[in-house]
Design a protein. Structure first.
Length: 422
């Protein structure tokens, strides 16, 4: 039986391997790092004495690819979701607090209810979101949404930064539209937020590795692909550090490259790839009690400060700052003090001293999701008939999210299956 070699065990590579195993194909998974998961990883931090994720990833009810992936690997119980969609916010400058609460069904009557919408906004203001559907290739989100006011600052900006890792002034409008259409456009259930129960590693990564191995697949860690050999039409061999894979790559095999765009550009010169990146900074604080989130919510949006989103995980308050820019270049201690001031105010929790903290910087968290990058997102197919691409930076039609990564892996797997034939 022909083998598919999947290079990279991030969420794109894992979902690709899972899809191939489900189809009955033999899979060999190669990962350069010492653990799988890529940017979706968990680790035990000695300072906090807790297992934390490198960053916070929110899954929504409108993420069918993720839910299908979890169902396949038998890990549906790894997610904890809201009973009803509700997104609490606090404005640190004014002290105002509110919730955005979409209603069930596609008709958004919630924008007519003052208690469900952003303070100071009017129902007609929300209709500006429909302009995203007419976005052209070079349009930014701000250009389509237009104007200023409370809705731009208190809803569109936090949403855009969270999803696209870029502010409304530079983010690609055409990438924001599918998010709005598939969440607010579908109703409350599509907007529900889900977090992993035990962490990204235990709930999204480890079950996938077990599924692949139970299905006869091989998982190889600490194995970096150095070069791809080809005859101009097809891959003929893989040069992998630490253990050559040439002997394992048979003439009828295929390969999926599920790596970063920077690595892809090195291994496959001439392939378009969005190389410009944007950072994300995460701060994890261990409190002396369960995180006192308002209303018992697992998440809290923050406006008017450095912190943007606070996630509660037991006694760990995890804070995400997307589109971090210059923040990522500052010393960790300085970042911690600034973010903690926001957290203490947002939670109305002020212990005598700042609690233990771990700062995690992802300098290349996502590709720059700006209009100029969109033409550089390549399709799954390549110039080589048995080599395919996967990754949240490829042409999925979605932003660089877990849903986009999983969808890209499934797309690459299906291309490989068609290329291999029966």
């Amino acid at each position: 039986m022909a083998t598919v070699h999947v290079i990279g065990a991030g969420m794109a590579g894992l979902s690709c391997a899972v899809e191939l195993v489900k189809a009955g194909r033999r899979v060999v998974l190669w990962e350069a790092a010492a653990q799988a998961g890529g940017r979706c990883r968990s680790f035990h931090d000695a300072t906090l004495d807790r297992t934390i994720d490198n960053g916070n990833h929110l899954i929504l009810g409108a993420n069918p690819a993720v839910f299908a992936y979890l169902e396949t690997i038998g890990a549906q119980g790894g997610l904890v979701g809201q009973a009803r969609a509700a997104f609490p916010f606090v404005d640190l400058r004014t002290g105002e607090r509110w919730e955005v609460r979409p209603n069930a069904g596609p008709l958004p009557w919630w924008i007519m209810a003052r208690a469900r919408r952003v303070p100071g906004s009017r129902a007609r203001h929300y209709l500006a979101g429909l302009a995203l559907a007419r976005a052209r290739e070079g349009d930014t989100a701000a250009r389509r949404l237009g104007g200023t006011g409370p809705l731009l600052e208190r809803l569109w900006e936090p949403l855009t930064v969270a999803v696209l890792n870029a502010g409304v002034d530079e983010a690609a409008a055409s990438l924001l539209w599918p998010v709005v259409r598939l969440t607010f456009g579908k109703g409350e259930a599509a907007c529900r937020a889900y977090l992993t129960r035990n962490g990204l590693g235990p709930d999204l990564v480890a079950p996938a590795l077990r599924y692949v191995e139970r299905g006869g697949g091989q998982v190889n860690l600490n194995r970096r692909l150095r070069a791809i050999r080809d005859d101009g039409r097809r891959v003929t061999g893989l040069d992998i550090a630490g253990e050559g894979a040439d002997a394992a790559f048979a003439p009828g095999d295929a390969a999926v490259l599920a790596v970063t765009p920077q690595v892809c550009a090195q291994l496959l010169p001439g392939t378009p790839a969005p190389l410009e990146t944007r950072p994300i900074v995460n701060a994890h604080f261990r409190l002396d009690r369960p995180v006192p989130m308002p209303g018992g919510s697992g998440i809290l949006g923050v406006v008017g400060g450095t912190a943007q989103w606070i996630f509660a995980r037991g006694d760990i308050a995890s804070v995400t700052v997307s589109a971090a820019g210059a923040l990522a270049d500052r010393p960790a201690a300085e970042i911690a003090r600034e973010i903690w001031a926001d957290v203490a105010a947002a939670l109305d929790y002020r212990p005598p001293a700042m609690p233990p903290v771990r700062i995690v910087k992802e300098k290349r968290a996502t590709f720059a999701q700006v209009p100029a990058a969109l033409p550089l997102r390549p399709p799954a197919g390549t110039r080589l008939g048995n080599l395919f691409l996967a990754g949240d930076w490829t042409a999925t039609g979605l932003p660089a999210t877990i849903e986009g990564a999983v969808r890209s892996g499934v797309m690459a797997a299906r291309h490989a299956l068609r290329a291999l034939g029966p």
